[in-house]
Design a protein around this ligand. Structure first.
Ligand code: ARG
Length: 465
């Protein structure tokens, strides 16, 4: 029988063994082009590397490669200008681009898919996409860290209460507090470096699941695309998305850190604290209460953290029941991954812009310090220096605090004679130790809150950023 292949396949996306076109509902249900088209650059980059390899290995002709390169260059122009007609008929980004290529250059376009499958193709695209996204996020994270370090430097000597159990504990500087935030982000950056290592391996060559019969050169493709190496097992290469899970886990932790920071900013914006002001351009008002100025940015960041946790849970759940190798389930990896990238990127952008505008209100911080006997530990430490065992010092200071509370004063306001009634070891050299400045300066070791140490920590950090 004479069989015209192109005519037979024309109405259907799939092979000639299909006897009817795809149901419209199924077409919409199974398509991913609406969201995976964002990987078009990665798809074309990977296809060109694959084509170069095919030509180098003599699997396609040099002329085919030239045609493919010419066609792809035109497609890049069409997509960039918005002229490219994405079609649901071709399911995903891969088929859309391949169909257009074939329309433009004919047989060479049909040869591009030699020795590969969409299974290794999509795994490659997602890895390339995520690698690019991680690199972009690292830049944003660096900007966020710089903003934090600038704020820490400005406020390196600004005393504020440090809290445990949200009760006033000991004096710290605002700069020291901001450096705690900075440290969290440093580990976030390290985690992303680590995720990138495992993301940066090449699946191409695995083909559908078992490898391919052509004399391919996977190392060449890996080097062309900047991968550190190839995925060692073809089944694993097309099926696992653990790198995406890892990224979402790192992103979830990053957002946890931003969320904790946000919670503090929201609290400190409340007049009961009044520790900071956030510029009006980062706040919103109320449609009914004319006096309101709401810290929407930190609130929303706190909210969006939940959304990223959701994506992590979605990806973990996506993977847990899948037998090897590729299953269509994996198409569901993209939206959670993309939204995580977007959410983290936008959050870092808006925080980097907002942080330089955060104004400390040192008077409010000092008022809070005066209300919480923040230098009680310093009095105990003073007694220890005079020879009293720490536990006895702890007891004596507890009684002094009770007395100060009765009198409605802070510890340094107690007269010397009053203080001496709790321990005869107390002399008039006690007062410098009970001031906020004395308390801060005394914690003068690496990691401590002494302004000198805060400035040294900032200098060390700057050497990193
Ligand atoms: N759109 C698919 C995905 O995102 C591409 C791979 C499809 N492979 C297949 N055998 N149906 O996973």
């Amino acid at each position: 029988m004479n069989f015209d292949i192109s005519a037979a396949a024309a109405p259907y996306t799939w092979a000639a063994n299909f006897s009817e076109p795809m149901d419209e509902l199924v077409k919409r249900y199974t398509a991913s082009v609406s969201f995976d088209q964002r990987m078009w650059r990665q798809d074309i980059r990977a296809s060109l590397a694959h084509a170069r390899m095919l030509a180098r290995q003599g699997i396609v002709q040099a002329g085919d490669l030239a045609d493919i390169q010419r066609g792809m260059a035109q497609i890049v122009g069409e997509i960039e200008s918005g002229a490219f007609a994405w079609s649901l008929d071709f399911e995903d980004v891969h088929l859309n681009i391949e169909k257009r290529l074939t329309a433009l250059v004919g047989d060479a376009g049909k040869r591009l898919h030699t020795g590969r499958s969409r299974n290794d193709q999509v795994a490659t695209d997602v890895r390339l996409y995520l690698r690019d996204a991680i690199d972009d996020i690292q830049v944003l994270l660096g900007q966020f860290q710089s903003a934090l370090l600038d704020l820490a430097e400005r406020e390196a000597g600004t005393p504020m209460p440090g809290f445990t159990h949200l009760q006033v504990a000991q004096p710290i500087t605002f700069g020291h507090h901001v450096l705690a935030w900075y440290e969290m982000t440093r580990r976030d950056a390290e985690r992303l470096v680590d995720v990138r290592k495992r993301t940066n391996r090449l699946p191409l060559g695995a083909a559908a699941l078992a490898g391919t019969t052509y004399p391919i050169d996977r190392q060449f493709v890996a080097a062309e695309l900047g991968f550190d190496g190839v995925c060692e097992n073809s089944l694993d290469a097309v099926s696992d998305r653990d790198f995406a899970v890892e990224f979402c886990a790192a992103a979830a932790l990053l957002m946890t850190h931003v969320s904790r920071m946000s919670e503090e900013l929201v609290l400190w914006m409340n007049p009961r604290f009044g520790f900071v002001k956030i510029p009006d351009r980062f706040c919103t008002g109320s449609s009914i209460m004319p006096q309101k100025k709401n810290p929407d940015v930190p609130e929303l960041a706190r909210g969006k953290t939940g959304r990223v946790y959701g994506h992590l849970t979605a990806l973990l759940t996506l993977m847990k029941g899948q037998p090897l190798a590729y299953n269509k389930d994996n198409q569901e990896d993209k939206e959670p991954l993309f939204d995580t990238v977007d959410t983290v990127s936008d959050t870092l952008r808006v925080f980097s812009a907002m942080i330089p505008g955060i104004a400390a209100r040192p008077e409010a911080m000092r008022d809070a310090l005066r209300q919480g006997f923040a230098t009680a530990t310093d009095l105990a430490d003073y007694l220890v220096r005079k020879g009293l065992p720490f536990r006895d010092a702890h007891q004596a200071v507890g009684l002094a605090v009770r007395r100060a509370d009765e009198l409605g004063v802070d510890l340094p306001q107690l007269p010397l004679a009053e203080l001496q009634s709790f321990s005869p070891l107390i002399g008039d050299d006690v007062f410098p130790a009970l001031t906020v400045e004395g308390s801060l300066a005394a914690r003068n070791h690496i990691g401590g809150t002494a302004p000198e140490q805060v400035r040294a920590a900032i200098a060390r950090a700057r050497a990193h950023v």
